[in-house]
Design a binder for this molecule. Structure first.
Ligand SMILES: Nc1nc2c(ncn2[C@@H]2O[C@H](COP(=O)(O)OP(=O)(O)OP(=O)(O)O)[C@@H](O)[C@H]2O)c(=O)[nH]1
Ligand SMILES: [Zn+2]
Length: 298
């Protein structure tokens, strides 16, 4: 049989099983050997092995790559993204640690980050949520307030134009309303998810895989399973300080050119923390991430 080579886009990933879209068809894909370096959003070169199956031969050059990592391994979240939306809600309470880590990951990957505050209809928790989000809006991250349940049309009117023509990912802790938002933005998301799940043969684990949906206005949106941890062990010290957007104006002014901004004398980052220009919580996280990146084993 002569080989058929095609280009495709990875639209779902579950373990080492991938689903690609190519010339209007969906193809079940595997990698060669034990490679697991493929991400949703990747452009790939495929060799067809049957009418609906293929082997991934190569990954085209990525524009961006968003990933998280722990001490032992990295986990690719999505490739070729242009934007990241962090979904938080008035309730349940969101984690500043996860929000900040997601922002740092986006900065390090060169992806624009936005915040979505969902469930604004829960008015008693709204002032507190807004107050907590001020630290991020002060850094220039756009905040979009919506209520997927109480104001679905207004939610779509606000978010759809931001997503059009872009390649976006929605991430958030469980319970923030990410699925509700996806269902509003991608009207046939449920059907698409079921089809993808069947094609991937993931059985019951329908919500544990990352998938890409096309948008009516062009572009795509990627839904990833909720997670509780966002390890950034892969970021080097130099990348870390620049991925803290609030640190950037103060970099280059420390007494020591190789200042780590932890306890050095005449450190302009520490001075900014003392002056309230950098939130203490952000500096604490920076110290934690620096510590984590020193633990990397791989
Ligand atoms: N009051 C209110 N509740 C909402 C809103 N949006 C979603 N919810 C509710 O919040 C709960 C969580 O919503 P989901 O969309 O399942 O949230 P998720 O972030 O996808 O959570 P997981 O599926 O656990 O990852 C559900 O009970 C929704 O009905 C909203 O705008 N206002
Ligand atoms: Zn310093």
């Amino acid at each position: 049989m002569s080989k058929t080579i095609r280009l495709g886009t990875i639209i779902a990933a579950h373990g080492r099983h991938y689903l690609a879209e190519s010339e209007g068809a969906r193809l079940q894909c595997v990698t060669r050997g034990k490679k697991t370096n493929v991400a949703v959003g990747d452009s790939v070169r495929l060799t067809l092995t049957s009418p609906n199956q293929a082997v991934i031969d190569a990954i085209e050059e990525r524009k961006t790559l968003l990933y998280r990592s722990d001490q032992y391994k990295s986990k690719l979240l999505a490739a070729n993204l242009t934007q990241l939306f962090i979904v938080v809600a008035t309730e349940p309470s969101f984690s500043d640690d996860l929000v900040s880590r997601s922002l740092v990951a986006a900065e390090a990957a060169g992806i624009t980050a936005h915040l979505i505050l969902n469930k604004t209809d829960v008015t008693e928790s709204l002032p507190r949520a807004r107050e907590r989000l001020q630290v991020y809006t002060a850094m220039g991250y756009p905040l979009h307030e919506v209520s997927a349940r109480a104001e679905p049309e207004a939610t779509v009117a606000k978010l759809a134009p931001l997503l059009a023509g872009q390649s976006s990912i929605l991430i958030g802790q469980s319970g923030m309303g990410k699925s509700s938002l996806i269902n509003l933005l991608v009207p046939d998301a449920d059907i698409a998810t079921r089809e993808i799940s069947e094609a991937l043969d993931t059985g019951k684990h329908t919500t544990t895989f990352t998938r890409l949906y096309h948008l009516a206005d062009g572009g795509c949106v990627i839904d990833s399973p909720g997670f509780q941890e966002f390890g950034l062990y892969h970021l080097s010290e130099g990348m870390l300080e620049r991925a803290f957007r609030d640190f950037v104006p103060h970099l280059g002014h420390c007494k020591f050119y190789n200042c780590r901004h932890l306890s050095e004398p005449q450190c302009s980052v520490l001075a900014a923390v003392e002056e309230g220009k950098i939130a203490r919580m952000r500096h604490t996280l920076y110290g934690q991430l620096l510590h984590e990146s020193a633990q990397t084993l791989y």
